[in-house]
Design a binder for this molecule. Sequence first.
Ligand code: ADP
Ligand code: MG
Length: 439
Amino acid sequence: MNYTPEEKAKWDKLIEMIEESLNHSGQRPFFNTFIKPLKLYAVSGDTLYISGDTAFNLNHMKQRYGTMLYSTVPVVFGKRYELEYYPESEIFRMVRPQEESSLNEKYTFENFIVGQSNNLAFATSLAVAQTPGDAYNPLFIYGGVGLGKTHLINAIGNYIQRENPGMKVLLMTSEAMTNALIDGIARKKTSELRDRLRGVDVLMVDDVQFFAKTKATQEEFFHTFNSLYEKKKQIIIASDRPPRELPEIEERLRSRFEWGLTVDIQKPDYETRAAILRQKAEEMGIDVPADVIDYIAQSVNSNIRELEGCLTNLNAHAELMKASISLELAHTALAGRIGQAARAVTPELIIEVVAQQYGIQPEDITGKKRSQNIALPRQIAMYLCRQLTTLSTPSIGAAFGGRDHTTILHGCDKVADAMDADFAFQKRVQELRGFIENS
Ligand code: ADP
Ligand code: MG
């Protein structure tokens, strides 16, 4: 209960008084429709929280009788209260915020395709699932939109829940958590929420970049974090960027995010994209020929959700046309989605764009000069050729002025290592890639 028995008795008295007064003025039906459904939900500070049956009725009630209620309250309660009204459906949501935070059972480790782009994130997630609170705490997973963060954290939760049915696993989006915290603070019921958050064995916060920057909510999160961490409870956070790039989050919280392990998910490489497409096709129970898989995997290279979208679209098209899925059908069905991305990226184009971005000539890249201002863009161009074309390393070598394929491999490795070590550099390479894809 959110009110004392005395408060409840006063509320009943209030309603009685209103009823009498409306009966007197011949408004009995209005009483039945608008006042009778009202219930006292909570008393907190200077506010009475009142629920009604529908938003529509509440609005009418407020217009007709709002002032009357407001001015009668002090007569019964002995002091003034602000009145806040909520439809029952919303009250229900307010008192049961965990509804928004249940795990999605369809996301598991079994149906998560592992490739170069996500194997570290996968391996650490599995380790955390197998020894929650022990392996890496907190685990911070970041990566771009649609690359599998939500899938992975749900997989962790589902795994833990399956292996340890007694453990309390709570997954919340940062928005749900912010709302719950704000709600708790406003209703001075933070302690209840606090107990709930701090009583879990595993707390997962998805899309932490949307966490509110208000001081009070961050304060709560900070203490929750500390309390769980001290008890060796597992904390998992997903974000679209690394902790140090979350300026909205207080420094002390941000630095704690880095106490455990931070892993990222990159855009999937071609092999992974093709494997994901094959698996999704199987899940959807549709037959997709290899050349179509190849066509989609080549053309869509940013986001896994988009890969799925292509398959769904293609399938719908096939059913509509009563045709089987073929490359021709894929060309027509996906024209709008794939559009110009389908245009072939050539080594010449890559060399040209990279040279232009670094203020050098394409011939510098294909030539023999070894100065650093040329060697680096040259290696980046090599790397992007491997990423964006299907050419073999000898063919790429040929496009780079007849270089040996080991030189190409070496250059690509250097760029990959540098990207791992330096987030700014990684972003720079991704930016170049974007220029090429959109040129
Ligand atoms: P994010 O949370 O990073 O934006 P999601 O986890 O929502 O991305 O993933 C988007 C979609 O792509 C989901 O349907 C998810 O199942 C799928 N997906 C992402 N990564 C993989 C993967 N490695 N294997 C299989 N499906 C994946
Ligand atoms: Mg997500």
